[in-house]
Ligand binder design. Structure first.
Ligand code: B12
Length: 207
């Protein structure tokens, strides 16, 4: 973890942040490690927002700064091969956070999955339609808002009621989703970051 990068992200200091990302990249630091530091910094942004030290404008700016940083990361380029099959992914309805989802999408693609990205604010019916159409082994639902936990629960229940959960594992992820929340929602697994997601999905696909 780069303390300088975590602090630059937390302080929304774009100049220092971009310089540090370049420096770490030049030193050969793995890109997912760089993303971890950025994610840690985003956690601090969130805390400052909760404590009213930051406001919505800073949240918006944090997203812009994060996206600028990831543009410097070459590993985030997509490979195009799909040797592990299809992964359907989307952010649950009423939630528009997509930075984490987009990272998972690119990292999964660069690890050989074909990702059907349904976008943000995705209604249950759209998840069900995509599962019927693409028959994925794994479906991912991103959720950054505790107020949307019940939406994810409803969506997973609907997938089960439609008889589509037998052959499909459901992964959930996003900042506030821990194991207890995942259990409440009826998910098969909670993934804390993009690398975990790749590891779990490869395991499901190989069994
Ligand atoms: C940036 C941000 C925003 C941006 C989002 C921009 C965008 N395009 O995404 C904007 C400004 C739009 C925003 C809006 C809001 N936000 Co906001 N936001 C954040 C912030 C600071 C960072 C989120 C982020 O991008 N993190 C970085 C990424 C890389 O991490 P990540 O999303 O967790 O993803 C990683 C893993 O979780 C995992 N993962 C993620 N998704 C998935 C999915 C699957 C399937 C898997 C397997 C893995 C996985 O892999 C990713 C990569 O490692 C968080 C704070 C936080 N700590 O998360 C608050 C936060 C989520 N927001 C919050 C709030 C309250 C809001 C608003 C309600 C504010 C308002 N008053 O309007 C709105 C809600 C809008 C809506 N309806 O969705 C709260 C939620 C609190 C709660 N209890 O629910 C947080 C926690 C801040 C806080 N501490 O108060 N926000």
């Amino acid at each position: 973890m780069s303390k300088k990068l975590v602090e630059a992200m937390a302080d929304l200091d774009e100049d220092v942040l971009l310089e540090e990302v370049k420096a770490l990249k030049d030193q050969g630091v793995p890109e997912l490690e760089i993303i971890s530091s950025l994610q840690e910094g985003m956690g601090i942004v969130g805390k400052r927002f909760e404590e009213k030290e930051y406001f919505l404008s800073e949240l918006i700016m944090s997203a812009e700064v994060f996206n600028e940083a990831t543009k410097l990361l070459g590993a985030m380029e997509e490979s195009g091969s799909s040797k592990y099959g299809v992964f359907v992914l989307g952010t649950i309805y009423d939630d528009i956070h997509d930075i984490g989802k987009n990272i998972v999408t690119t990292v999964m693609r660069s690890n050989g999955f074909e990702v059907i990205d349904l976008g943000v604010d995705v209604p249950t019916a759209k998840f069900i339609e995509a599962i019927k159409q693409h028959k994925p082994k794994v479906v991912g639902i991103s959720c950054l808002l505790t107020t949307c936990f019940d939406n994810v629960k409803e969506c997973i229940q609907a997938i089960e009621d439609a008889g589509l959960k037998n052959d499909t594992k459901i992964l959930v992820g996003g900042g506030p989703v821990d194991d207890a929340a995942g259990k409440y929602m009826g998910a098969d697994i909670v993934a804390k970051n993009a690398q975990n997601t790749v590891d779990y999905c490869k395991k499901f696909v190989e069994v």
